[in-house]
Structure formats: structure tokens, C-alpha cells
Design a protein around this ligand. Structure first.
Ligand code: SF4
Length: 461
């Protein structure tokens, strides 16, 4: 069976019959909306139409699973319930709230965007002292309801949203469709998978032309939804349309107006997340299987055609866990590098040298002894990273009393004398207790080291 191209799928999607209705979309769109209405997960950011809350969820959900994001989102909204709160927050606070989510440029851009919104509102004189109204009883809404706060309006114009730092075409489409019910498309991995399978598109969606055509197809779908008079004029999330109650029995999640564009975009993402998954898609229970070209032509496993996978690259890092008087030497990563502003143990990329040479490359001398401490393996994009941590051993001294052997003298912040040499501490380095470290944001791998190091202090080597 010949592959369809995105262009032929677009033509099919935009084809109208004599009564002006598209026979394919007339079935597909209601099937998606009905399924979403009955099966959407009750996620905390779906209980609101607040663009700020939706924006935060969309940024967190990039590269991160829903179940991981829920506690992060909840904590963020409790700590920073308004755009103004984000704009005013310290870098340490936003990084701590993001700690473990990775891809930290996301949180820095989020704050830049919040500051831009506040500045734009002030310039236009748009700020208003209001008692914030929210229909949701979640903790963050309670915080907002009980206070008079200066309200800074999140832009509702697609181009203005797209112009904010850290917001690309997908995120702008998600915010504008979900929060404002605008007929703008979204295209992420889940949507690509569903569209290529349903429409039987065999071309590689990573290719520029195909990708542009998939955007157009996604636009056709949501435009059709926005203009259609659908059987359900009002879609409630995971709820019973008769009672308006959500799947958890609450009424809080019920949108109060026609939310077809919002629901359509979310339905495709949800179908991709729950049913039309990369491996083992649940075609038998899929609400659109009768309309799905890949299912009909037995090509589900072949789509989407993503071409050859990018080869992975192995990288090894060597880190040093150095303790003195119950404090550990850690340093802050500088601005302008990956994981900027986050904290870590001194480390260097393994370049074939042994661990003592790696230590020397950081501190300027070879340590007398090192003990294997902990190994962390993790992946970032195409990199498979191994972080090997060594504990600096001071002649066999216990971790509780290393400072005698180190010849440490003076206040705890002074550089220790070590093997007759004063140890050079990196400019951003600090000696911190486990409690102090717990208040700072570490990269995920180094957070594991910090946890293991703390256990050493508590329970011995
Ligand atoms: Fe995906 Fe299967 Fe549904 Fe087609 S029938 S959309 S391949 S889950």
C-alpha cells in the first residue's frame, strides 16, 4: 500500500462535501472529543483555565513525564502563585523548585518571560490591584483568593505569547488553545504519532517539509473543531455531561463554556500518551481505529517513520566528595554553561587520565589516596553519562574526623593544608553541611551524590 503524504492528508482533511462538511473530520473530531470527555486524566492543571498555571505545566512537561511533573507543579504553584511572584523570586528559589526536573534553561526562561510580562503590563498601565478570583479550590488558588494581589495579565494574543522567552510554537499553541480556546494547532511527539498513524503518512516527520505539512494538518483539525457545530457544545473534562461532574466527582474541573479547541488539542495529546503509544499501542480500544489508516493497513509499527536514530555518545565524568568537619566541598556552576547556577561536587570530564590525575587537574596536586564512592548513570539527550565519584581519603581517617589528618586549621571556611600544600578551592566553592546543601539546587546526578555523602556523615563510611 502506497504511503500517503502529509499534503494528500491535508487535502483530504480540507475537502468539503456538498453540504460543506468534511466527511473524514466530521467523524474524527467528535470521536476524539467524546473519548477525551470520558477518559481525560484528572490532572491538576486541567482544573483551571488560568494561562499562568497552564504555561507552567507546559514548560515542566517538556521532556518530562506527567507523573514526575505533578508534585513539582503543585509545589511551584503553592510557592509562586502569581506571575509577579515568579518575576520577583530569587534565582536560588526557582532553581530549587526546579531541582531534579533538568533542562534548567526552561526555568530561567520562565522567569525572564514573567519579568517581561510584568514590565509590559507596567508600561501599558495594565496592572491592577484585584482580589483574584479563581474557581478552583486547589492550594494555590486558595492562596490567591485570600489575598489582594497585583494582577498581571498573561497575554492572550498568540503572537505575543510566542514572543515570550522560552515559548516556541508548540507551547504558544498549547497555552492559547487550552487556556483561551483559540483554534491554534499544536504539534509534539504525541500529536505527530497520532496524525501520521491516523492519516497513514509515511514520510519522516523530522524533515522540514513534512513537519511543516503536519503543522498544517494539525491546524486543519483544530480549525474544523473551532468552526464546527458539534454534538457536544460543551465538553467537560473526564466527566459526565449530564451532571457536569469530573471523574473524581468534583465540579471544579468543568469548563464553563465551549472548549472544543482546547479539548481537541488535548485529546490528540492524550490519545498519544495513553492509547496510541510508541510501543504496544492499544488499537483494539482506540476510539478512532475505524478511521485509522495505519490500523486498517497494518502499518502501525512502521509509523511514524523517524528514520535512523541518532547515535548515542558515552561520556564519563570523575567527581570528588571531599569532607572536612562534617562539611563538603561543593561549587556552583557558572552562568552560560549547561546547568548554570546549579551546585555540584568538584568534577571533570574523564579524558583517559586516572582519578588522581583528574583530581590534580582541578586542585593542582595529586591526593595520596582516593576511595571509590558512588557511580551514577544517566542520560541527557543523546549522551549516556557515567559519573564516577571518589571519596578523598586522608590516610584512613574516618569521615567524622578527617580534619585532623588534613591539617585543617583556622575557621572552617579557610583552605585546608593538604600533604603540605594549601588546597586551592574553586572561586565558587563552599564548604557546606548536609543541611545547607539540602537548601540548594543540585543537578540530578550530584543530588544523588549529596544524598550518599549525607548518609556517610550520618551512618559512617
Ligand atoms: Fe493509534 Fe492504533 Fe488508534 Fe490508529 S488505531 S490511532 S495506530 S492506537
Amino acid at each position: 500500500m502506497a504511503d500517503r503524504t502529509p499534503q494528500s492528508a491535508i487535502l483530504a482533511a480540507s475537502k468539503r462535501s456538498g453540504d460543506g462538511r468534511n466527511p473524514q473530520l466530521t467523524k474524527l473530531v467528535p470521536a476524539l472529543l467524546d473519548w477525551f470527555s470520558a477518559n481525560a486524566r484528572d490532572l491538576p492543571w486541567r482544573r483551571t483555565r488560568d494561562p499562568y498555571a497552564i504555561w507552567v505545566s507546559e514548560i515542566m512537561l517538556q521532556q518530562t513525564q506527567v507523573k514526575t511533573v505533578i508534585p513539582y507543579w503543585t509545589r511551584w504553584m503553592q510557592e509562586l502563585p502569581t506571575i509577579e511572584a515568579v518575576a520577583k523570586a530569587s534565582p536560588a528559589k526557582i532553581h530549587k523548585l526546579w531541582e531534579g526536573l533538568g533542562y534548567y534553561s526552561r526555568v530561567r526562561n520562565l522567569q525572564k518571560a514573567a519579568r517581561q510580562i510584568v514590565a509590559d503590563c507596567r508600561r501599558r498601565g495594565d496592572e491592577s490591584l484585584t482580589k483574584t478570583k479563581s474557581e478552583t479550590p486547589s492550594a494555590f488558588a486558595q492562596l490567591r483568593r485570600d489575598k489582594h494581589v497585583v494582577s498581571y495579565k498573561f497575554p492572550d494574543n498568540y503572537d505575543d505569547v510566542l514572543a515570550l522567552p522560552g515559548i516556541g510554537r508548540y507551547t504558544a499553541g498549547a497555552i492559547c488553545s487550552i487556556a483561551f480556546n483559540q483554534p491554534v494547532p499544536i504539534l509534539d511527539g504525541n500529536v505527530i504519532r497520532v496524525l501520521t498513524r491516523v492519516f497513514g503518512i509515511g514520510e519522516n516527520p523530522r524533515e522540514k517539509k513534512t513537519n511543516a505539512q503536519l503543522w498544517q494538518l494539525a491546524a486543519e483539525l483544530v480549525a474544523f473543531t473551532g468552526g464546527a457545530r458539534l454534538r457536544r457544545a460543551q465538553i467537560s473534562i473526564a466527566g459526565d455531561p449530564a451532571t457536569g461532574k469530573g471523574s473524581n466527582g468534583s465540579t471544579e474541573s468543568r469548563p464553563t463554556k465551549n472548549t472544543n479547541c482546547s479539548s481537541l488539542n488535548q485529546s490528540i495529546m492524550e490519545l498519544g500518551a495513553l492509547i496510541c503509544t510508541p510501543r504496544n499501542p492499544q488499537c483494539l480500544v482506540c476510539p478512532v481505529k475505524k478511521l485509522c489508516v495505519a490500523y486498517r493497513e497494518n502499518r502501525v509499527a512502521a509509523l511514524p517513520n523517524l528514520g535512523q536514530r541518532t547515535a548515542t555518545t558515552a561520556r564519563r565524568f570523575t567527581a570528588f566528595v571531599i569532607e572536612r568537619n562534617g562539611k563538603f566541598l561543593v561549587r556552583q556552576r557558572p552562568a552560560g554553561v549547561v546547568n548554570a547556577h546549579l551546585w555540584e561536587f568538584p568534577n571533570t570530564e574523564f579524558n583517559g587520565a586516572n582519578a588522581k590525575d583528574a583530581f590534580k587537574s582541578i586542585f593542582g596536586f595529586r591526593p595520596p589516596a582516593l576511595k571509590p564512592f558512588y557511580t551514577v548513570k544517566h542520560s541527557i539527550t543523546r549522551y549516556r553519562i557515567t559519573l564516577e565519584a571518589w571519596r578523598v581519603s586522608f590516610g584512613g581517617a574516618s569521615s567524622a574526623r578527617p580534619h585532623d589528618k588534613m591539617g585543617c586549621r583556622g575557621p572552617s571556611s579557610a583552605a585546608p593544608i593538604f600533604s603540605g600544600r594549601r588546597m586551592e578551592i574553586p572561586p565558587s566553592g563552599k564548604w557546606l553541611t548536609p543541611a545547607q546543601m539540602s537548601r540548594l539546587a543540585f543537578t540530578a546526578a550530584h543530588k544523588k551524590l549529596a544524598s550518599a555523602a549525607t548518609d556517610c556523615i550520618l551512618f559512617g563510611p
